[in-house]
Design a protein around this ligand. Structure first.
Ligand code: NAP
Length: 303
């Protein structure tokens, strides 16, 4: 079977592409390596997706998935290993090769790591990249969050209701997060801010027992006893698969046209994986829509 559109990645961007492709009566396959819904499944509450005053990320992603499934989406749970362009695109996973006339890459992004000693060994043993997934393990304990963006602030607000104290460590004294979130953060008595600080040491062998932070202005080190550390320092786009097909920017995001097209006819890149200033649910679904409409247009013109 030759698909009209193959989509790699089943997050909001990939699912939006699928919905538009299916509604245009195209044969669509989505290949997803983990869970449909992407990173949004870890967001406790979404309050900025039009049409929903408040909805959990998991519920919203389930609705998107059901919508695509009801329209006839084919799905495969597997990791794509290779992409080749012959007349069509050949997408090889661990166990099979799929053929598509067009290809939409919507592989999203993964968590950036601190890259300090013992970070990998302590992952799941006190270090986490997902407060809503792991916060409950730290009930009434002290935890730290590192980062200064919306994710870090959301994590602090979420953890403040569960943990005894939440220490926010940020390398500057200005935040990237929205002002409204920062204002709320400052009303929480058990959130303590450590600004102009970086993490210099992770303590503990089988379990995180504490961290040492270092002031960027005076190099003074401070020990904090914490059981958990939530790393919320941004994302790295998942571009490994397409690094030989598409130009990347200095952050490894795919540099593609505003309409998500690339220099390869029939290949589109959508969502957080592409180079852009604003990475939001709405911009991901917008990209998915545009990429799919472009793919549909391309399919109509190669007939
Ligand atoms: P982000 O906005 O890129 O922020 C990353 C933060 O981590 C920055 O404050 C950065 O510091 C810091 N950082 C980066 N590398 C670091 C390192 N090696 N060591 C220490 N700190 C480091 O990432 P994000 O918060 O994950 O958000 C990603 C996107 O999703 C953003 O567009 C955000 O607006 C969006 N988002 C939106 C919502 C919402 O409710 N609307 C919720 C979550 C995320 P500097 O500031 O010094 O660079």
């Amino acid at each position: 079977m030759i698909y009209d559109i193959i989509i790699v990645g089943g997050g909001p961007s990939g699912l939006s592409s699928a919905i538009y492709g299916l509604r245009a009566n195209k044969k669509v396959l989505v290949i997803e390596k983990e869970n449909f819904g992407g990173q949004i499944i870890n967001t406790k509450l979404v309050e900025n997706y039009p049409g929903f005053k408040q909805i959990s990320g998991l519920e919203l992603s389930e609705l998107m998935y059901e919508q695509a499934k009801n329209l006839g989406m084919d799905e495969v749970y597997s990791e794509v290993k290779k992409i080749e362009k012959q007349t069509n695109f050949l997408i090889t996973t661990s166990d099979k090769t799929y053929e598509g006339k067009t290809l939409i890459i919507a592989t999203g992004a993964k968590h950036r790591m601190l890259n300090i000693l013992h970070e990998e060994e302590l992952l799941g043993k006190g270090i986490s990249y997902c407060a809503t997934c792991d916060g409950a393990f730290f009930k009434d304990l002290n935890v730290a969050v590192v980062g200064g963006g919306n994710t870090a602030i959301d994590d602090c607000l979420y953890l403040a209701d569960i943990c005894q104290n939440v220490y926010l460590i940020h390398r500057r004294d200005q935040f990237r997060a929205e002002n409204q979130k920062i204002a709320l953060l400052k009303t929480k008595p058990n959130i303590k801010l450590f600004l102009n600080e970086t993490i210099s040491l992770l303590k503990g062998i089988d379990q995180l027992e504490g961290i040492t932070i270092k002031n960027t202005l005076n190099n003074k080190e401070t020990d904090l006893k914490v059981n958990g550390l939530f790393v919320a320092i941004g994302q790295i786009p998942n571009t490994d698969l397409i690094k030989d097909l598409v130009k990347l920017d200095s952050d490894k995001s795919a540099l593609v046209n505003d309409d998500c097209s690339t220099s390869i006819p029939g290949l589109y890149v959508a969502g957080d994986v592409r180079s852009k200033k604003i990475r939001q649910l709405t911009t991901a679904t917008s990209d998915g829509t545009i990429a799919s409409m472009m793919a549909i247009h391309y399919l109509e013109n190669i007939k």
